[in-house]
Design a protein around this ligand. Structure first.
Ligand code: F6P
Length: 513
């Protein structure tokens, strides 16, 4: 760690720790100072998101300490390199150009992304005009970043209206694929094979089984029902997809950052191109904020300051995200790959051992369900778990407004209770009814939950993840940690037997030994 980074951390760790309730006492401007808003659109279309970090332990002194750490970590330089398409993924020799998909990047990369989007839009609109005949179902086959983003966006945006009935299949467990087959008419089913590399075993095996299912159910040219979403178009054509139905994306777009590319095809097909474009616009609003705002007012950076504080000063090993909105039910799972595959590392970009814990374990669920499952631990357990609450002011339903009011009230009450604590017994002394309080939370309150808002939420967390990586000096864009398990599986399939006794016994017990 460079001296100035060491000095910055020493300053941060030397600061006094105050109770949350004490931080509010006598400070009428705390909520305003530690809340911020990112908005987009004009007039009636104006919308945005409020980011309230006031119920975290951040103080002006801590923010000053973290601003010094950001400076010592060359945050501004690393951010500029990201947007300039420089080779910041140093271990793989690549840029990271997910923001270029939303118009923020080099002129050449933005133009390339726009050309690829134009090709994608043409195919989407041709399919919707029946160029491939009747299309009632889409089976989207992919895994990791090639599935989690599409699944989240389809679930969030197409509950009321979808051009096609979409099934995202990721697991190699045949139960997942057969469930999709059972719901689809082969004659009117399109298959999207989504794979950046077009080599991932789960995806290619599922794709072959889908071809077999189509063929066995009367489709003479199964490959003619396939759209390939990939950064390896040659591999897709070689596999059998007609070049006109291959939608390429840029090699410099990371898998877990790829929803904005042709990987978003099922969203554009199911929800319509305008919705996909709106998602890009919402993300672009966050890009503009992230690129042009410095220090503590940069909201993804401020969130990263709090993340670093809880991981490295308060020893919190996990962070929890609760979507108080059914449409974001898949958001915690999406964040798990984004954050843990990006920052679950042990060496810096220079190959040196990291100087402290890196990514916390991201977990979470849906409110209010989680209140009946995990909030006992969050309130009275021995762990401090920083919690993010996500909610939308506008309801997603047309029921009596009382439903939504109860949802929002519970969301806000949980954050208040985590902070306040107290004792629920009559005499206030029963230890079993004691709530320690002083448990932090942040609230991300959206005006509405629509395509632009979803895009903005995802982009906020992409930049939060990147900012955390910069503060830790690590590379968030590689993922070598997934390779050893893959190799061992291939070795087993290839007949290798030099495994530990437990693995050998399990293989024998399963008839695979
Ligand atoms: O989990 C490893 C990983 O490479 C992810 O980063 C990626 O999103 C996923 O596998 C799928 O890879 P591909 O899109 O190349 O099939």
């Amino acid at each position: 760690m460079g001296d100035s980074r060491t000095a910055a951390w020493e300053r941060i760790k030397a600061l006094p720790q105050a109770m949350l309730t004490d931080l509010f006492a006598g400070d009428d401007s705390r909520v305003e100072r530690l809340s911020g808003r990112i908005g987009w659109g004009e007039g009636e279309d104006a919308a945005g998101i409020r980011f309230d970090w006031s119920k975290t332990h951040l103080t002006d002194d801590l923010l000053g300490g973290f601003e010094a750490l950001a400076e010592a970590s060359d945050f501004a330089g690393k951010r500029a390199a990201l947007f300039a398409g420089e080779t910041i993924n140093v271990t793989e020799g690549r840029a990271a150009e997910h923001t270029a998909q939303r118009g923020f990047g080099t002129e050449a990369s933005v133009e390339e992304a726009q050309a690829l989007h134009a090709r994608m839009q043409m195919l989407v609109e041709a399919i919707r005009e029946r160029a491939l005949g009747d299309v009632e179902h889409l089976i989207h086959i992919g895994i990791g970043g090639s599935a989690l983003g599409p699944a989240l966006a389809i679930d969030a945006l197409t509950r009321d209206l979808a051009y096609v009935d979409c099934h995202v299949v990721s697991n190699i467990d045949g139960v997942a694929l057969e469930q999709a087959f059972d719901a689809c008419n082969p004659a009117t089913t399109l298959v999207a094979v989504a794979s950046k590399t077009f080599t991932t075993v789960e995806t290619m095996t599922n794709a072959e089984s889908a071809m077999r299912w189509l063929r066995e159910n009367g489709v003479d040219d199964p490959h003619g029902r396939v759209v390939a979403l990939t950064a390896n178009p040659e591999g897709a054509v070689e596999w059998g997809v007609d070049e006109t139905r291959v939608l390429p994306f840029m090699e410099s777009v990371g898998g877990r950052y790829s929803l904005w590319s042709s990987i978003g095809f099922p969203v554009a097909l199911a929800a319509g191109w305008d919705e996909f474009a709106a998602m890009l616009d919402g993300a672009a609003a966050v890009d503009a904020h992230f690129a042009n705002t410095d220090g503590r007012d940069n909201l993804p950076l401020r969130a990263a300051f709090a993340d670093q504080y809880y991981a490295r000063v308060r020893g919190c090993q996990t962070r929890a995200v609760f979507a108080y909105d059914e449409r974001l039910a898949l958001f915690p799972s999406y964040l798990q790959q984004l954050e843990m595959e990006s920052n679950g590392k042990r060496v810096t970009s220079e190959g040196e051992p990291v100087d402290g814990p890196t990514a916390p374990i991201t977990w979470g669920g849906v409110g209010t369900d989680a209140q009946h499952a995990v909030f006992q631990l969050l309130h009275q357990g021995t762990h401090m778990v920083p919690v993010d609450f996500l909610a939308s002011i506008a309801p997603g339903d047309a029921l009596d407004p009382a439903h939504h009011a109860i949802l929002l009230t519970n969301c806000f009450a949980q954050g208040a209770a985590l902070m306040a604590g107290g004792n629920m017994s009559a005499d206030g002394k029963d230890p079993a009814r004691e709530f320690p309080g002083d448990r932090p939370s942040a609230t991300i309150l959206c005006d509405d939950m629509d395509a632009a808002t979803l895009g903005a939420l995802i982009a906020f967390h992409e930049h939060r993840t990147f900012a955390n990586a910069v503060l830790m000096g690590i590379n968030p864009f590689d993922q070598f940690g997934v390779e050893l398990g893959k190799k061992m599986a291939k070795d087993i399939e290839g007949g290798a037997a030099d495994f530990d006794a437990s693995t050998r016994a399990l293989l024998e017990a399963s008839g695979l030994g």
